[in-house]
Design a protein around this ligand. Structure first.
Ligand code: CS2
Length: 495
């Protein structure tokens, strides 16, 4: 049996594969909520590079998992070490990250989590909890106070939602000295920091007034919620990935993460206390993240969702297969150029054409095996910021955003059919799955399905679902996908 990756076995690794800092010299300065693969392949890597390049090793990460303890179980016996396996067609490389120094399971380690959130040595909290983890109403950007989990957190149980954990953590921090703090959202939501700040504020108003006296004012003056744009494609890792990493490392790693070589992080520079020198680790610190965020969400994530639905319907298991299928790259190209680009404000000096070309190359990376079904997950939480703002803006300009509407039709077909055009089951994994199923019910025709789903205000808001131009574009596209299949409809879209 191969030896496990641990601090003790690190010495056996080739130096090129070892962490760029000595993990033993690192102390915790960051709490991260949502210790999934994305964080480990992204912010943790930047944080380690920042520590290595400055010698300031006070920024180790206490990573917190929310829903299952499997990451804790994999990382704890490995002294929190794990490897990042970078995969690119024709080459791959592996290296161990040592920036994560503690792992907690929120449900079982709630006291320790509150201590970490309130300690003055913690100066930064970061988050990757996916869109649904914010428990907000996408239409208003406010906390869903009627969400039973949110209500239960506000009523005083050990907090189980992320906003509840932050609210309780800030409350304790205020009471125990009130050291300033930055809370950095790293999820794919527009204005993610501002959104999170509002949600925390909403949560605090749900607590009894006698428990929160002075708290909101302290938060307003001492806690910042910078916005960020994060980018790296990180598919779920498989047994094959673990076997390949073990072969390269000569050590067993149960917590391998797989990623493309590309990585980008743009951070709004609003920190009330010290922070890791992430710019020394390759991140961009800037005054305004929004243009980058919109570009990334609409070009990358919007195209990703389009490929996920229209690709899985056509029987493609991976994003790279979908973009390589006849007509799909032309479709994505046209979606980016015709529908998305006119809605973007391009930062000065930014080469948008190169960015778009690189995106298509990144999607085509066959070594990555990024499943269409993984990207298709949680569509109700993703479409509102990936595709619908583009559609709204183009319709307002008097244009017909046909290509973006075809992607929405792809989602509708995915939801309603529950199987690909060649009959393979496609799982509907979405927090609103039951509502979607109830709405679609027995609807048979494309028109009936479109009517049913356009009425879901959680996705389309009160406006778009009623917009006659949008309704007719989506209904027509859905009729085509239903009648001719996704592959043929995509081919025809740019003919
Ligand atoms: C993807 C993203 O799963 C998805 O919805 O679109 O996770 C995507 O891979 C990342 O945002 C890339 O930075």
């Amino acid at each position: 049996m191969t030896e496990r990756l641990t601090l003790a076995s690190l010495a056996r690794l080739d130096p090129s594969m070892r962490p760029s800092i000595d993990p033993r010299s690192v102390s915790v300065g960051v709490v991260h909520l949502g210790l999934g693969a994305f964080h480990r392949a992204h912010q943790a890597v930047y944080t380690e590079a920042a520590m290595a390049n400055t010698g300031d090793t006070g920024w180790g990460i206490c990573g917190v998992t929310q829903r299952s303890r499997s990451v804790v179980d994999a990382l704890a016996p490995q002294d929190c070490l794990y490897s990042v396996l970078e995969r690119q067609d024709g080459s791959s490389r592996v290296s161990v990250v040592g920036a994560v120094r503690q792992v907690l399971f929120a449900r079982e380690d709630s006291d320790e989590l509150l201590v970490r959130l309130s300690q003055p040595t913690t100066r930064v909290v970061t988050l990757t909890v996916t869109e649904k983890g914010y428990r907000h109403d996408p239409a208003t950007g406010r906390l869903r106070r009627d969400d039973p989990e949110v209500a239960a957190d506000a009523a005083g149980r050990v907090p189980a939602t992320v906003v509840g954990q932050l609210g309780r953590g800030l409350q304790r921090r205020y009471r125990t000295g009130g050291a300033p703090l930055a809370v950095v959202s790293c999820d794919n939501l527009p204005g993610n920091g501002r959104l999170l700040g509002r949600l925390v504020e909403d949560f605090l108003t749900m607590l009894p007034a006698e428990d929160t006296r002075g708290l909101a004012e302290w938060v307003a003056g001492n806690v910042t919620f910078p916005c960020t744009m994060v980018d790296r494609i990180v598919p779920a890792s498989t047994d094959q990935d673990r076997a390949d990493a073990a072969g390269m490392l000569g050590l067993d790693d149960h917590a391998v993460v797989v990623a493309e070589p590309f990585s980008q992080w743009v951070i709004e520079d609003r920190f009330p206390a010290a922070r890791p020198a992430w710019e020394e680790g390759g991140a961009v610190l800037t005054g305004d993240v929004e243009p980058y965020e919109a570009m990334k969400l609409r070009l990358l994530n919007g195209s990703h969702s389009a490929l996920a639905y229209l690709g899985s319907l056509a029987g493609h298991e991976f994003i790279s297969d979908a973009i390589r299928a006849e007509g799909y790259e032309a479709y994505v190209h046209a979606l980016m150029d015709k529908d998305v680009t006119p809605t973007l404000q391009v930062p000065f000096g930014f080469d948008l054409d190169a960015y778009k070309t690189d995106l298509r190359t990144r999607f085509a990376n066959q070594a990555l095996r990024h499943s269409t079904v993984q990207v298709a997950m949680d569509g109700t939480q993703k479409l509102p910021q990936r595709l619908l703002p583009v559609i709204r803006q183009r319709l307002a300009a008097g244009d017909e955003p046909r290509l973006a509407c075809l992607a929405v039709a792809g989602w509708m077909r995915f939801v309603a059919a529950g199987r690909s055009d060649d009959g393979r089951p496609l799982p509907l994994d979405d927090p609103l799955a039951q509502l979607l199923r109830d709405r679609v019910g027995e609807a048979g025709s494309a028109r009936a399905v479109a009517d049913a789903l356009l009425g879901v205000e959680e996705v389309f808001g009160p406006d778009l679902g009623r917009d006659p131009a949008f309704r007719s574009l989506v209904t027509e596209a859905l009729a085509d996908v239903t009648r001719h299949g996704a592959a043929e409809t995509v081919r025809a879209a740019t003919r």
